[in-house]
Design a protein around this ligand. Structure first.
Ligand code: ADP
Length: 547
């Protein structure tokens, strides 16, 4: 017998319709590429998203066709999120930090038909558009009178002229909630990138889950600043959850430096922010140098790579800001786990609570996870055993776009299919997961595994260390030994011997790095994460001491 409830499909258009109707005057504030601050409301977003939908209809762009963006976090990008997906097309957020050839490769693979780009990216578009075989319409995200002249891009029009010609009346179509809504390519550190193709259903379920109190805890009382780019897994789903909850949104545009972010946070009374650790490092350095305080920031979600304990401490103790450590991936829309305490932890001493907070957290309802050994056998949840982390759930990929890479799922003995994350983790008896490494970054020394994240966390706890990356170096006897590559804080000094001494008592002797290599900068990937593949290349001629 079927239930007798309405079978309303879960569609992205319903998010903006809801925000317009119930939170119509909640603000969206953006720092624009032009440098000024733009301010309007969900009511305006909704009207202009309908103009976007009409503009795509006017082009006769078929449902399912891809509309790409190359844009910062800003209001026009938000309109495209709703206008493109809501009208049944697929929003493809390209990552402008990739090389022109990579972008062209991805745009061709996705068969993008339209590309909307911020004018800061004009030189980039000029560098790759000749190689794009499917894009029919280029749209510059600017006013008609700001359209770059002699751009060399055929048929380039301004966004304002493009949507300005359209009515803001539009009836959002209804269709199967499993219809594709948006796509995001993985950064492809090995081989060609592959795309996760999200659906309306997966996006809406993820939006509900992300807003839960033990996840991002978003509400109509929040002012959210996603520093995480809208081209990095949909800014972790924040634009959707913000519309669902009616939260104010504050977009930093291209100004991602500590000073600009801080000013925006203070001026717009931001209560909640989200970003990768490298971005927060810049903000904290700026705050420290100027002796600044946050007057409204309460919580910040940090993920994308392991959040160093020292950063959690600084936010908590020096600024009274709660850090929510999150783990996820492009293939998971992206949220998988988030770290918040349970009721039984509330009376624990501060250092015990901190030990829990450092973990990547508990599974969000909707995501199931397990760790397995090399034979696929499930390992115990004792916080000690570590193995490959597998996940499943309605916002986890089933396969990649165009079937690239074959079937990624692994079947267990009950026929249940799991997605292998490529991460190695422990899970404790309370269900808190802790990543020890990406499987390709794990250091295997004398048959034992050393967690590069543990080694990095100790280094960044040293007051003179700004950033640290631990990599394995071939060793004739032990297979591999860890070294730590370090960037010092400006004006601070530490020697290799001092840093190695700093490890004493903090980790087992055999896990201590064999050497410290100081560098000016650690290469970062397109999503702001340390690029260990590049680092290994740079250090390919490096020789361990005493080998
Ligand atoms: P990529 O950067 O490879 O394109 P994602 O941006 O999807 O892919 O990154 C996903 C990966 O980032 C995870 O599999 C994990 O290795 C790493 N990651 C994400 N969050 C965390 C975290 N909080 N701690 C440690 N690693 C993390």
């Amino acid at each position: 017998m079927l239930g007798l409830m309405q079978n309303e499909p879960l569609l992205i258009s319903s998010l903006i319709e809801f925000a317009e109707r119930h939170h119509g005057d909640a603000e969206i504030v953006s720092r624009r590429v032009e440098g000024d601050i733009h301010r309007y409301t969900y009511k305006d977003v909704a009207a202009r998203a309908r103009q976007v939908a009409n503009a795509l209809d006017a082009m006769k762009l078929p449902q399912g066709d891809r509309v790409a963006t190359l844009a910062w976090n800003g209001y026009r990008h938000l309109e495209l999120y709703f206008g493109v997906s809501g009208s049944g097309r697929v929003l493809h957020t390209l990552n402008p930090r990739l090389a022109p050839e990579q972008i062209a490769w991805i745009a061709n693979h996705a068969e993008d038909q339209v590309l909307c780009f911020d004018t800061t990216f004009l030189p980039l578009v000029q560098a790759f558009h000749g190689k794009c075989t499917t894009i029919k319409q280029y749209v510059a995200l600017c006013d008609a009178d700001k359209l770059p002249k002699d751009s060399g891009i055929p048929g380039l029009i301004s966004y304002e002229a493009w949507i300005g010609a359209q009515s803001s009346t539009y009836h959002w179509p209804s269709f199967d909630e499993n219809t594709a809504s948006s796509m995001c390519y993985t950064s492809g550190t090995t081989g060609h990138p592959k795309a996760a193709l999200y659906s309306h259903r997966s996006t809406l379920l993820h939006a509900y889950a992300a807003a839960l109190p033990d996840v991002m805890c978003l509400s109509a009382r929040d002012a959210i600043l996603p520093v995480v780019p809208m081209f990095h897994v949909n800014a972790w789903g924040i634009p959707y959850s913000a519309a669902m909850t009616g939260a104010k949104l504050v977009f930093p545009g291209p100004a991602m430096d500590g000073k600009s972010i801080y000013e925006l946070m203070e001026n717009e009374k931001v209560s909640y922010a989200a970003g990768v650790p490298t971005v927060w490092q810049m903000l904290l350095t700026h705050m420290k140098a100027g002796g600044l305080r946050f007057s409204t920031l309460k919580r910040t979600v940090i993920g994308g790579s392991a959040c160093p304990p020292a950063m959690i401490d600084t936010f908590n103790e020096e600024y009274g800001v709660e850090v929510l450590h999150a783990w996820g991936m492009t293939e998971m829309s992206p949220l998988g786990t988030l770290c918040t305490l349970k009721n039984k932890h509330l009376d624990l001493p501060a250092d015990e609570k901190m030990k829990i907070r450092l973990k990547q957290g508990r599974a969000i309802f909707g995501v199931d996870m397990k760790i397995v050994d090399a034979d696929g056998k499930e390992l115990p949840w004792d916080g000690v055993a570590f193995g490959d982390l597998y996940v499943r759930g309605p916002w986890v990929v089933r396969e990649y776009f165009k079937g690239e890479g074959g079937n990624p799922l692994v079947k267990d003995e009950n026929g249940v299919e799991w997605f292998p994350t490529g991460d190695v983790a422990t899970i404790d008896a309370d269900g808190y997961m802790q990543i020890t490494d990406r499987s390709k970054d794990v250091i295997k020394s004398g048959g034992e595994w050393i967690s590069s994240i543990d080694i990095e966390n100790i280094a960044v706890a040293h007051p003179a260390v700004a950033m640290a990356a631990c990599i394995g170096i071939r060793h004739p006897k032990w297979d591999e030994r860890p070294i730590v590559v370090v960037v010092k804080k400006p004006g601070m000094e530490v020697t290799a011997a001092e840093l190695l001494k700093f490890y004493e008592g903090k980790t087992a002797k055999w896990q201590m790095p064999d050497d410290v290599v100081f560098v000016d900068a650690i290469p970062l990937g397109a999503t702001g994460k340390m690029l260990k593949t590049k680092l290994r290349e740079i250090l390919k001629d490096y020789k361990l001491p005493n080998t």
